[in-house]
Structure formats: C-alpha cells, structure tokens
Design a protein around this ligand. Structure first.
Ligand code: ZN
Length: 292
C-alpha cells in the first residue's frame, strides 16, 4: 500500500510517501508560505506519487468533528492567512483520494500507541515539548477529541518560586504550560536556547517542575498508563530523569501503584519512534481512512 503523509507545521510542511507499517520511502520539506502557493506545491508532489490515501498531522486548532460542515478545516489559528483554511477538503478534491486528519500531537500519540513506545498499553498521552507544547491523548485505544481536541499546552500551571518570569510568555494566558515551558521560552528567560543552556542550570530545574505538573495532570485526571515526552527540548536527555523525580515528588505517594513509586521510568518515556512519530501517525491516519 502506498500512502502519503503530510506534517503540516506553522513553519514547514513535511511531505512523505510510505506505507501502513510506518515505513517512510521518501520525504521533501517545503516552507509554510501563503496557503495557495504552499497547498499547490504539496498537491503537485503527491499527485505524482501514486498514493492511495493521504494522512495529515496538522497544526491547529482543527475542526475534527466529522459531522461538522467545516470538518478538516484549520480554525482560529494565529497564522492569519491560514485561518479557516479548508485543509482536508482541498486535498480530498484535488487528489480525489481518502484523506485522514488529526492534530500533529494526536497523530504522534496514535503512532506511539500503535507502533512505538505504547504498544503494550491502552491509554497514553503524547506531549511534544518543542517551540510550542501540544498533547495528544489515547484512551481505550482511541484518539480523544471531545469538544474540540485536547490543547495540552494551555492549561494553567503553578510558577516555580525561582522563575524570573512567573507569568510566562503566552499571548493568551498567564502561566500556561506552553508559555512557561516551551522551547521558545528559554531564549526569553535565560538569553540562551534550550540546546545551549548548560546542564545543572536552574532553568532545567524549573523546566522539570513544569513538565512534572503536566505529567501529574495526565496521571491524576486521565489516569493514563504512559506519558511519552517528545519534541526538541527533550533532546536534552537528563531532563527525563529530572521530570520523573519531580513527578514522584509532586504526587507525594498519592497514587497507590508500585509503578508510580518505583518505575516512573516505565511511565514517563522517550518516543519509541524518535522524531518520526508525526509522519508515522499521518501514515496510520491515511491507512485508517482506507479501513486498514
Ligand atoms: Zn496559553
């Protein structure tokens, strides 16, 4: 089966051709420019590849309600030109193929659940800690959409007492997770990127405190079995252990499950698919659209 995968991001569009097993055969990257130009280039690429379906892992917010008139549209994005872009219908009409869609984090969660770290669990949360923060939730083997879809990056967290910017940097909220802990906050807070901030810097303790709050929410509210932390900030590997210990500390023994106390390393984990969760998720979305 030949399938197309589009990772539609705010700065770049990654187009890949692969199969239902998550194997990627080829990839091109295009800058996210004006919609007309960018969408035309993507359509040209996929038209020549003989794909049987396309899966989109998209930046949002997206309308994911299949009964809605605007199903598959980008909705109220701060990227003005893309606001109310009819992403899914445009590809469906131009390519004449089945097209599946979810958020980038939702697709990554699906990929980790089906082919990555979460192969042995029923419930999983995938959090991407990159320039922004997004989260996808799998419950009983299904991606959770609910009213819209989870917006994991924007729930309000408690500032660390040593944080010099306790309000964070989100234009919408005071001290939301993304505004406090996304990769883009490092430069603003410490004058240094997350790739450069040295290990042992107080900034990492603060970051771990914020990530732990997001893990605690996943464990207490969703009672999830696994939290996959991905995205560029998590390339600093020491952060996994810091986030785990901080999570155990914040829970303070409340959840009576030996895994929580002794094996947090089996709950808070690295992505099994490395940086490929998004593209693999889009391939799975394409396959699902064909009923595979
Ligand atoms: Zn926010």
């Amino acid at each position: 089966m030949i399938l197309g995968a589009l990772e539609a991001g705010g700065t770049k569009m990654v187009c890949s051709v692969g199969n239902e097993n998550g194997e990627v055969h080829e990839t091109i990257t295009l800058p996210t420019d004006a919609p007309e130009k960018t969408l035309r280039q993507i359509i040209e690429y996929f038209s020549a590849k003989g794909i049987q379906a396309l899966g989109i892992a998209g930046f949002g917010p997206l309308d994911l309600d299949r009964r809605s008139k605007t199903y598959g549209y980008i909705t109220t994005t701060p990227k003005a030109q893309w606001e109310y872009c009819a992403l899914l219908p445009i590809f469906k009409n131009a390519l004449g193929l089945p097209v599946g869609i979810d958020t980038d984090a939702g697709a990554a969660a699906l990929a980790e659940f089906e082919l990555g770290a979460g192969k042995d669990v029923r419930d999983l949360v995938y959090i991407t800690v990159g320039n922004g923060i997004g989260g996808g939730v799998i419950a009983n083997g299904q991606i959770v959409h609910g009213m819209v879809h989870p917006e994991y990056g924007h729930f309000i967290i408690k500032p660390h007492p040593l944080d010099p910017n306790p309000d964070g940097f989100c234009p919408y909220h005071i001290s939301c997770l993304e505004g406090m802990a996304a990769g883009s906050t490092f430069e603003k807070r410490w004058g240094m990127s997350n790739a450069k901030l040295p290990e042992g810097h107080i900034g990492w303790e603060i970051e771990a405190y914020y990530l732990a709050q997001c893990c605690v929410a996943a464990l207490l509210i969703l009672s999830t079995q696994m939290i996959v932390l991905g995205g560029g900030v998590m390339n600093r590997d020491f952060l996994y252990d810091m986030a785990r210990s901080e999570t155990v500390e914040l829970l303070n023994g409340y959840i009576a499950n030996e895994k929580v106390v002794e094996h947090m390393d089996r709950i808070i984990v690295r992505p099994g698919l490395g940086n490929d969760s998004g593209v693999v998720g889009a391939l799975i979305l394409a396959a699902k659209e064909l009923g595979v």
